[in-house]
Design a protein around this ligand. Structure first.
Ligand SMILES: Cc1cc2nc3c(=O)[nH]c(=O)nc-3n(C[C@H](O)[C@H](O)[C@H](O)COP(=O)(O)O)c2cc1C
Length: 212
C-alpha cells in the first residue's frame, strides 16, 4: 500500500502529528509525508490512501487571513518561548487551497486536525471540513475525522497525543482501499512494500501479518 500524508502546520504541532501517523502506518505501507506547500499535482500518483491534516483556525481550515494572524502571533512570542513558525506556512497554500482542486481522488481518504482542548462545538474542527472535501472529490472515507490536542492557541501537543496519532495511523493501515466507507475500518493485508525516503518523510516496510 502507498499512503501519502499531506499536512499544513503553522507552529509545528500538526507536522509532528503527521509524522507520528506515518510511523503508525509505516509497518504496512510505503508512506510519504508532504507539507501542503510542496504538494504538487503528481503527489497522489500511485497512492492508495491520502491522509490530510491541518490546524483548526476560526473553527475550520486556515485561510490566508488566519495564517497571517498566526505569523503575527509567532512574532509576538515571549523570549524563550518554543513557538516557531514553520517556514513557508504563512504564505501558504494551506489544505483549504489544496483541496479546492486536487483532481479526482481515486483513493481512500482520512482527515485529521489539531486544536486546543475543549468541546468541538466551541473550538470547531478543521478535520470535518477536510473530510467533507475529500469525499466531495471522490475519496472513499476510511475513518471518522480525528482531532489531536494542543495546549492553547500556539502551544505544544498535549502529552500522549503523539502516541494516539501513531495508534490512529496503525488503525488506518488496516483500511482496504476497495472497501473503505464512512466510519468503517476494514482489515487490509499488505504482502509487501518498499522502503523509500521522501521529503521529510517516514517510510515503511511491509510486514502486516500481525495486523491482518
Ligand atoms: C489565527 C488562529 C486561529 C485559531 N482558531 C482556532 C479555532 O477557531 N478553534 C480552535 O480550536 N483552535 C484555533 N486555533 C488554535 C490552532 O488550532 C492551533 O494553533 C493549532 O492546532 C496548532 O497547530 P500547528 O502547530 O500545526 O499550527 C487558532 C490558531 C490561530 C493561529
Amino acid at each position: 500500500m502507498r499512503a501519502v500524508i499531506v499536512y499544513e502546520s503553522m507552529f509545528g504541532s500538526t507536522k509532528k502529528v503527521a509524522e507520528a501517523i506515518a510511523e503508525g502506518l509505516a509497518d504496512c505501507a510505503e508512506v510519504s509525508v508532504v507539507p501542503v506547500t510542496s504538494a504538487d499535482a503528481h503527489i497522489l500518483d500511485g497512492a492508495d490512501l491520502v491522509v490530510v491534516g491541518g490546524p483548526t483556525h476560526t473553527h475550520g481550515m486556515s485561510r490566508p487571513s488566519t495564517r497571517k494572524m498566526a505569523g503575527k502571533l509567532a512574532r509576538k512570542r515571549k523570549p524563550g518561548s518554543e513557538v516557531e513558525l514553520v517556514p513557508g506556512a504563512v504564505s501558504g497554500p494551506g489544505v483549504r487551497e489544496w483541496l479546492a482542486s486536487p483532481g479526482r481522488l481515486e483513493v481512500a481518504g482520512a482527515a485529521f486536525d489539531t486544536r486546543p482542548q475543549g468541546l468541538p462545538a466551541f473550538t470547531g474542527r478543521a478535520s470535518k471540513s477536510i473530510r467533507r472535501l475529500l469525499a466531495h472529490h471522490g475519496a472513499r472515507i476510511a475513518a471518522p475525522p480525528a482531532s489531536f490536542l494542543v495546549e492553547g492557541l500556539t502551544g505544544a501537543l498535549v502529552e500522549g497525543e503523539l502516541g494516539r496519532a501513531r495508534a490512529w495511523g496503525e488503525r488506518l493501515s488496516g483500511v482496504t482501499t476497495s472497501g473503505a466507507s464512512p466510519g468503517l475500518l476494514t482489515p487490509f493485508a499488505v504482502k509487501s512494500a518498499t522502503v523509500r525516503e521522501h521529503r521529510g518523510a517516514v517510510s515503511g516496510l511491509g510486514d502486516c501479518s500481525r495486523r491482518s
